[in-house]
Ligand binder design. Structure first.
Ligand code: IMP
Ligand code: MG
Length: 176
């Protein structure tokens, strides 16, 4: 099979959207420290670009939770593979995600993190696939709502590939 990528969102559109979200976060968190939690690995590119666009200190934290493996369908089986190395008690936390699809990962993760007593907990995602939602999640900052297609780039992978594309593309498969 040949993997083909067609552009859905350009680098220019993504850069502009990141600046817009960064400005919004700066306004919402005036006088407060911001703690980003990146959900590895997909969230890493977006988190880094967003943090760099914010004109004040942002603390960076990392977690790894299980998701799709190497297929394009959710297993619905979520567990923490790598936990935070610091307490988030009384902190203003934003989970930064690449995409919210079924919503299973984030709905579970949000409950776990809320039980640790942060001052506030918000969710910021680059992409949202609302048609695929199974578990309800309140999203505070959304980059782009996209159709029900499997996408790659800007941290998103297919079988661990294409994470470093600087645009979002739809992947399709053709016979050789
Ligand atoms: P959930 O279905 O909302 O729990 O999404 C879990 C994870 O699946 C996301 O954080 C992504 O890592 C991955 N995922 C969902 N949709 C896509 C996609 O279109 N491309 C690549 N990864 C995806
Ligand atoms: Mg992810």
């Amino acid at each position: 099979m040949i993997e083909k990528i067609s552009t859905l969102i350009t680098k220019e559109e993504i850069d502009a959207k990141i600046k817009e979200i960064a400005k919004q976060i700066e306004r919402d968190y005036e006088g407060k420290d911001i703690h980003f939690i990146c959900v590895l690995k997909g969230g890493v590119m977006f988190m880094v670009d967003l943090a760099r666009a914010i004109n004040k200190n942002v603390y960076l934290h990392f977690m790894d939770v299980s998701s799709y493996g190497d297929s394009t369908e959710s297993s619905g089986n979520i567990k923490i593979l790598m936990d935070l190395d610091e307490s988030i008690k009384d902190k203003n936390v934003i989970i930064v995600e690449d995409i919210i699809d079924s919503g299973r990962t984030l709905s579970v993760l949000k409950k776990i993190l809320l039980s640790r007593g942060p001052e506030s907990l918000k969710i910021c995602t680059l992409l949202d696939k609302p048609d695929r939602r199974v578990a309800e999640v309140d999203i505070d900052y959304t980059g782009f709502k996209i159709p029900d297609e499997f996408v790659v780039g800007c941290g998103l992978d297919y079988a661990q590939k294409y994470r470093n594309l600087d645009y979002i593309g739809i992947i399709s498969f053709e016979e050789e």
